[in-house]
Design a protein around this ligand. Structure first.
Ligand SMILES: [Zn+2]
Length: 404
């Protein structure tokens, strides 16, 4: 027998490649899922889809995630691993694939009797917050992708279930103002002016704070804040810390007739309320890193007398309608104790509750899980004279303005 070295070498290489790929495949299929992942579908040549689901999922979450991953798996089997990966290689392609998988998830949820509007919004939120690749896409692109992937769901998602019935008890907190804190006050002010807002200059405060106001006729406002010079008290130092983390939403101020009830409830819930006052205004706030760090309560105060022109803004914006704010479930508990009503609760990213609360005057506060070291407001929605709802505009990298 003569040996044939060329063929033997080729065979060896093939065996080594097969063993290595087999080992990689086996490792990938068994390695623990990355933190926060509910499931993943790997798509191999020849072998096809390999699915992994987190063992920590509850039964109902498991069914939902399974529907999602099954859609990826059927993509993989139908198209083969190479086209599957090519689609995932671009953010747009990945958005299409995730929108399809999210639709499968929504259909499973609709079969269980979930509301189409709530499901549609949940899908948008899952794309926005659950996937780092889609952060730079504007809301309109995310909505377009979901509409393309599931036209049936989009058509059914007409009205929020709480639109007609959800309202707060009398005396519940209401939105008073939303504060943005930035390094460069003038450039933020210029941005709002370019959008058609009228701004009113604030004054330099002795503690280092400097502000500007966008005031609405209904008494609500958007306040723009910066620290100029040295921050000399706790409030100014807290703004400074927020700005050091990044420009963005700072606080939502909620108005009550008196702070006694909120103080009593917050104390009973062990939330560490801090009371202070400035002239006729009274405040009740929380430690900025706490689950309630993004809100404070305000009572009293004397309305400033402003010329009528100060209230005239683009798109006849009339006032604050809603704010989306990061916070812990403690914030929802406190607001409910004060008369706010839970209108809906659904998952943003599986396992993290998102929560819509009705406030006084049909306003809404949407509570979402925090992402940074300080919980912050991330969206403010204004009432307008326009009929059509408009997609949110990013004012700062982590803060959007929307209209209703
Ligand atoms: Zn997916």
């Amino acid at each position: 027998m003569t040996s044939r070295p060329g063929r033997v070498r080729w065979l060896r290489v093939a065996i080594v490649v097969a063993v290595i790929s087999g080992a990689l495949l086996a490792t990938a299929a068994r390695a623990p899922l990355p933190q926060g992942w509910d499931g993943v579908t790997l798509c191999y040549p020849v072998v096809g889809p390999v699915q992994r689901l987190s063992p920590e999922l509850t039964d109902s979450a498991r069914l939902r995630i399974k529907a999602h991953e099954d859609e990826h798996a059927s993509d993989c089997s139908r198209r083969g691993s190479l086209p599957y990966f090519v689609e995932l290689a671009t953010a747009r392609g990945r958005l299409r694939a995730e929108a399809r998988a999210n639709c499968a998830e929504a259909r499973q949820q609709l079969a269980l009797g979930r509301n189409p509007y709530v499901e549609f919004e949940r899908l948008i939120d899952d794309l926005r917050y659950g996937h780092p690749w889609f952060k730079r896409f504007p809301d309109s692109v995310l909505r377009g992708a979901v509409r393309d992937a599931c036209p049936d769901l989009a058509a059914a998602a007409t009205e929020p279930p709480w639109a007609s019935h959800c309202s707060a008890r009398p005396g519940a907190p209401r939105l008073d103002h939303v504060i943005l804190a930035v390094r460069d006050l003038d450039s933020l002010a210029a941005q709002f002016r370019a959008l058609g807002f009228r701004l009113k200059d604030g004054r330099p405060h002795p503690n280092g704070l400097l502000n500007k106001h966008i005031k609405f006729r209904d008494g609500t406002e958007i306040e723009l804040m910066t620290v100029r010079g040295e921050a000399t008290d706790r409030m100014a130092r807290e703004y400074q810390a927020l700005i050091a983390e990044g420009d963005g939403g700072a606080y939502v101020a909620l108005r009550l007739a008196s702070l006694d009830s909120v103080e009593a409830v917050a104390t009973r819930l062990n939330l560490g309320p801090r009371r202070s006052s400035a002239g006729p205004w009274q405040f009740l706030s929380f430690e900025p890193r706490s689950p309630l760090g993004a809100v404070f309560f305000v009572a009293g105060g004397a309305p400033a007398v402003d010329p009528d022109s100060i209230f005239v803004h683009a798109d006849s914006a009339k006032g604050l309608f809603a704010a989306r704010v990061e916070g812990g479930p403690e914030l929802g508990t406190l607001l409910e104790a004060l008369g706010a009503t839970t209108c809906d609760r659904y998952g943003v990213v599986a396992g993290h509750p998102m929560h819509t609360l009705a406030l006084e005057g049909r306003q809404q506060l949407v509570l979402i899980p925090p992402t940074g070291q300080f919980p912050r407001p991330v969206v403010v929605t204004l009432y307008t004279g326009r009929k059509a709802e408009r997609a949110p505009m990013l004012i700062l990298p982590s803060f959007a303005l929307s209209y209703r």
